[in-house]
Design a protein. Sequence first.
Length: 272
Amino acid sequence: MKNKTSVENRPPARVDDHAVPVRNTDFWDGRASEFSEYAASTGYADRFIALMDIDPDWTVLDMACGGGTLAIPLSQRVKSVTAVDFSSNMLQVVNRRCSQKGILNVNIVQGRWEDDWESLGIGPHDVAIASRSLIGEDVRGLIGKLDRAATKYVYISTIVGDGPFDRRLFEATGRQFKAGQDYIYYYDLVYEMGIRASVAFVAEKHRNGWGSHEEALKDQRWMFHGMTGDEEQKVSAYLKEHLVRTDGGWRLPYSRDCSWAVMWWSKGLPGS
């Protein structure tokens, strides 16, 4: 009989279906350019990569790479990167960024976690990464698949607490906020899988200042998949009530920064 505290007896790690639809191609295709530009400005990638003892001969698999938040800076420090994502628009962003920077060692592949990676031409890599993408019904299976793709190291990052979401905004609309399992769920899960992972926390700075109320409202939409007209009015009212005038712009009177947990393990260590 399984222990009642086992992660297998907990609900799957997922976010509110009315928040970010993690596997919705249309959603991410629509947000590709905006998301990629913003993700590159928060300091997340630099702090994540600083935790890696990088070998310039590494081959790296970046699964669910988005617009290349990690793939682009890593490509300039390793032998090659395979950047995989299900969103064609996200991959177009990766391709454009590579062209702009003259990067030639990024192999772009359109694919999903659930696909047969071998049929996509994704073979073993020295390092496998899943950055903020381990959300689904079978997290254990996703981690196992990523682990099998790596010969030296695996790196994953997961949400801490509410992550980048603003709980106050959700409460203002009347929606129930469900952030899902945070990093401790994943840490316990890899432990039960026999993996002894290291863990560190990286800070991410999020925009908290805007030139106008309209700009502030636009910047919140990503949090609300399927936002209704009534919800938009409530978010607008919340912002008008709480935004304060600062340095010629508008700011919310609380921090919007968050942390992510980065976990990693070596394939050569006992128990990993």
